[in-house]
Design a protein around this ligand. Structure first.
Ligand code: ADP
Length: 483
């Protein structure tokens, strides 16, 4: 059961290699979204706890930086292997506190573990440069050094992957860190912390601060002069607050913020693969992903067939407790998440959209919303401007390529886009025109530990994954040398 799984994860903070009880005796509840029941109490960290974690990370910095790249690599590779060994437990724990269907949780664990493997492999790669200055008078040496203590803030939608996507490159680059997981899903992060200690990560190199006072605790950390890096994944609103706070000490900031992904289907697309891709782009993680297809733009010639086939697939999904066998769609994270989806659907319908399937929340307990297809969604509807973060596909017809490029770009976001067309010349042209950091061409999923994940416009700053992801944690040092 969710309760039993939760009892097998740590519920106190990890500071300086110690499962500290924290400086106060406050606890907060972790809820199973499938029935609203409490499954764990976790220590509620204070500003003091945050600052103790910064102190621990700062004192561990020298030792970690002094390790050889190969030593860091070996430890990260052990994290990968241990995480892979414990994959089933971790997947079930994710489902217990997040609600997602177990197959999604299993997919997340393997994706999350890949960051340890990738950065274990990246850690020994050194991209230093040595050049002769154009004048011939001196040498130009460019070295990469660890940027320093990193504060890592993660959301609840991928409790494992968002943590490892930040921790692994930070450690590979030689940085120490403090992870602040979302209060909805702290157990997975703490369980990963335990795995990292077991894999040989030294005390203080990774610290985990759990709290419901994220604003206060993070603010204190960002004003501690020992902190030099912030990496945040979450909403654009909170990202903007954090960028302002980071400005006080000019802290290097990486931001993975919201998305509003268009999913474009041209007349010549292969219908079945477009529908399969749409199901992944929309329904992976129950729609609770910043990469989730938020707006389906479908060309008129294939429109009716696409709506019909997508509806077949959506209405066939098995909804229920994520831990139960055969379930494909679990609950949303909170009652507020359900209320937001309800509001967006109601607004779309009021403006003229048709509900093809779903459209009414499922009675409790648990925070369930059914797979829903909305057709003929009218421009200007809130659902086209806000992240849905739920199992609702909003479909809009279009006529021309020019028109759909303009529609796709008509948003302040620019994280990911999806394009389906049998004409590769066209697909790549449109991919070039679209303002997003990532594009899936005839593919409904782009995430890969080996590739640079990130957004343009208000979807973020910087990239995670690939060799590029490690650059976020290094400071370039240029030495002009005469010899
Ligand atoms: P979501 O809508 O996915 O919950 P948030 O941006 O609210 O996204 O949360 C993402 C992460 O940011 C969580 O770990 C949350 O606790 C943290 N967070 C929320 N508000 C603040 C804040 N003012 N300062 C620092 N962290 C915050």
């Amino acid at each position: 059961s969710a309760l039993e799984l939760a009892s097998r994860a740590p519920n106190t903070m990890l500071i300086d290699g110690d499962w500290s009880g924290g400086t106060n005796s406050n606890w907060f509840d972790v809820i199973d979204p499938a029935d609203g029941s409490k499954i764990a109490s976790v220590v509620n960290g204070t500003q003091d706890d945050g600052l103790r974690a910064v102190a621990a990370a700062a004192s561990a910095a020298e030792g970690w930086k002094a390790k050889s790249p190969r030593q860091r690599s070996d430890i990260l590779m052990r994290c990968f292997h241990l995480m892979t060994e414990r994959a089933e437990f971790l997947a079930r724990l994710i489902t217990a506190e997040n609600g997602k269907a177990l197959p999604d949780a299993r997919g997340e664990v393997s994706y999350a573990a890949e960051f340890f493997r990738w950065y274990a492999e990246e850690s020994p790669r050194d991209f230093s440069e040595l050049a002769i200055a154009p004048s011939g008078a001196n040498r130009i040496v460019v070295q990469h050094q660890p940027i320093g203590v990193a504060v890592l803030i993660t959301p609840w939608n991928f409790p494992a992957a968002m943590a490892t996507r930040k921790i692994a490159p930070a450690l590979a680059a030689g940085c120490t860190c403090i992870l602040k997981p979302a209060a909805e899903t702290p157990l997975t992060a703490l369980a990963i912390g335990a795995i990292m200690l077991e894999a040989g990560v030294p005390a203080g190199v990774v610290n985990i601060v759990t709290t419901t006072s994220a604003g206060e605790v993070v603010n204190a950390m960002l004003h501690d002069p020992r902190v030099r890096k912030l990496s945040f994944t979450g909403s654009t609103g909170v990202g903007k607050i954090l960028l302002k706070e980071a400005a006080d000490q000019v802290i290097s900031s990486s931001m993975e913020l919201g998305g509003n992904a268009p999913f474009i289907v041209f007349d010549d697309a292969d219908l079945e693969s477009a529908v399969a891709g749409a199901m992944v782009a929309k329904m992976r993680n129950g729609g609770e992903a910043c990469t989730a297809a938020n707006r389906f733009y479908v060309q008129r010639g294939i429109y009716d067939a696409f709506v019909q086939r997508l509806t077949d697939e959506m209405s066939a999904l098995k909804v229920g407790r994520g831990l139960d066998a055969g379930i494909q769609l679990g609950p949303l994270i909170t009652p507020a998440a359900v209320a937001k989806v309800e509001r967006l659907v109601l607004d779309a319908v009021n403006r003229g959209a048709k509900i093809v399937t779903g459209g009414t929340k499922i009675a409790g307990p648990g925070y369930f919303y059914p797979p829903t297809v909305l057709s003929e969604v009218v421009p200007g509807s809130d659902i086209l401007n806000e992240e849905i973060f739920g199992p609702v596909a909003a479909i809009i017809p279009f006529e021309t390529q020019e028109e759909v490029i303009a529609l796709a770009n008509n948003t302040e976001y620019g994280l990911v886009s999806y394009i389906y067309s049998a004409d590769h010349k066209r697909a790549f042209f449109v991919a070039g025109e679209i303002e997003s950091g990532m594009v899936g061409v005839n593919r409904g999923i782009v995430s890969d530990a080996a590739a640079p994940f990130g957004g343009m416009k208000q979807s973020g700053l910087g990239r995670e994954g690939g060799r590029h992801g490690m650059l976020e944690y290094v400071e370039m040092k240029y030495i002009a040398a005469s010899w």
